[in-house]
Design a binder for this molecule. Structure first.
Ligand SMILES: Cc1cc2nc3c(=O)[nH]c(=O)nc-3n(C[C@H](O)[C@H](O)[C@H](O)COP(=O)(O)O)c2cc1C
Length: 409
């Protein structure tokens, strides 16, 4: 039997108390292991209406679920003994080298997650060289974002009925050095996001009794919201009476302002006023992918708007292979929606995508820990991508080929 002194010594050798971390953001992030953890922290910190606006999808949210769960139906056929001591994750998109195939998709209203909004996301993306898509419905303007980011920037276009307004935004994006345009083609009308319907959610958030209670139980967000300049649709301020200076229902706004007559002719029109690559964002069939190639665009984003538009639309990852078989090599294929790990990037590339784009992950990161949360997220995707490449025997992005994955039946 050990003597009391020996027992104390043994106890001492195994007990180790962590020093208390004074910085709250570091403390928060130290307990986060993946995107789902970021989501949980964001859920705790954001008012419920804001969290649901970011997190939710259309109708029964089946497409939202499948966007992510479909990745789990893919299995690797890893190769071994391939000397993976040196990895290169860089790739080329529209003639430019980027450090990895990860892109940040455009999301509107980023300032509802954190007051720095699009500026914070753009700065973090620029530090890592990740192309960042700024939304037409952004809460920081084209110029404000360009002033803080010398990284690659794309501008996402919604087609207002007022084409003069669209043209002026495209010209501003060109003048501010944005490299590509993404034309969103899946939003003829707004999808029915029933979490928002239940709450009567508006943008910017309207203050009512329920919101006040929500604000009181989420004090950090409320303080941040109240001590910063009001949230507006920064790209259209002054252009119409729904520029965000008053709260509007998003569905009403989209359904009255956006042009439902948008057609392939408009793609031609956009090409006539923009001198760089155009990506059609929201392609959901092989037939439209072929038509996109015929229209002469440089890229397509296989996307259903993160499950926020047409419920029961196909999961982007399930479209990659059939689309790549038809049009691979003729147009850049971006898989957009549901990717939550570096391994998801590898799966999409193996099936034939050129890049993978994410939206909610960086919004959760903003809600959980602001700009530092986005830095954390970028590192998480990067290390996950590298680890998966190493474990599956791929040294470069070009090594990630169709033989690497199979669909589990
Ligand atoms: C809160 C939120 C706002 C969005 N706003 C826009 C937008 O303004 N324009 C757009 O084209 N897509 C928008 N999207 C769609 C994203 O660009 C992207 O397709 C989607 O987030 C990808 O799915 P993921 O969130 O699973 O990564 C938004 C998505 C979310 C979650």
């Amino acid at each position: 039997m050990a003597s009391p002194t020996q027992a104390i010594e043994t106890f001492r050798s195994v007990v180790q108390f962590k020093e208390f971390e004074r910085d709250p953001v570091t403390r928060r992030l130290s307990k986060v292991a993946d995107v789902n953890d970021l989501r949980k922290v964001a859920k705790r910190r954001l008012p419920r209406g804001i969290f649901d606006y970011i997190d939710g999808g259309a109708e029964d949210e089946r497409t939202l679920d499948r966007n992510s769960s479909s990745f789990s139906k893919i299995e690797f056929r890893p190769r071994v003994l391939r000397d993976v001591s040196e990895l290169d994750t860089s790739t080329t998109l529209f003639g430019k080298t980027i450090p990895s195939p990860l892109l940040f998709a455009a999301t509107g209203f980023t300032r509802i997650a954190d007051s720095q909004g699009e500026l914070a996301v753009a700065r973090a993306a620029a530090r890592a060289g990740i192309p960042y898509g700024l939304s037409t419905m952004a809460t920081r303007s084209i110029e404000e974002v360009a002033a803080v980011s010398d990284g690659p920037k794309w501008f996402q276009v919604y087609t207002w009925k007022d084409r003069g307004l669209v043209q002026s935004m495209v010209e501003r994006a060109a003048a501010a050095g944005y490299e590509a345009l993404t034309l969103t083609v899946d939003t003829a009308v707004l999808g029915r996001r029933e979490r928002d319907v239940r709450r009567g959610y508006t943008l910017p958030p309207k203050i009512g009794l329920e919101t006040i209670v929500d604000g009181i139980i989420h004090p950090a967000w409320t303080l941040d919201f109240l001590t910063n300049e009001p949230i507006t649709f920064a790209n259209v301020v002054g252009h119409d009476d729904e520029d965000g200076s008053t709260a509007v229902s998003l569905a009403e706004h989209v359904n009255t302002q956006f042009d439902q007559s948008l057609s392939w002719d408009d793609v031609e029109w956009l090409a006539s006023i923009w001198d760089g690559p155009i990506v059609l964002k929201g392609i959901q069939t092989v037939a439209d992918a072929k038509q996109a190639v015929a229209s002469g665009v440089a890229g397509i984003a296989l996307s259903n708007h993160g499950g926020r538009q047409l419920d029961d639309a196909p999961a982007p990852i399930e479209l990659v292979d059939p689309v790549a078989q038809e049009v691979g090599g003729q147009v850049a294929i971006i898989c957009e929606g549901g990717a939550r790990r570096g391994s998801d990037i590898v799966k999409a590339i193996a099936l034939g995508a050129d890049a993978v784009s994410v939206g909610r992950p960086y919004l959760y990161a903003m809600g959980a820990a602001g700009e530092r949360g986005v830095d954390w997220l970028i590192d998480f995707f990067d290390t996950g991508l590298r680890r998966t490449m190493a474990l599956s025997g791929c040294r470069t992005i070009a090594d990630i080929d169709r033989d690497l994955v199979v669909w589990r039946s």
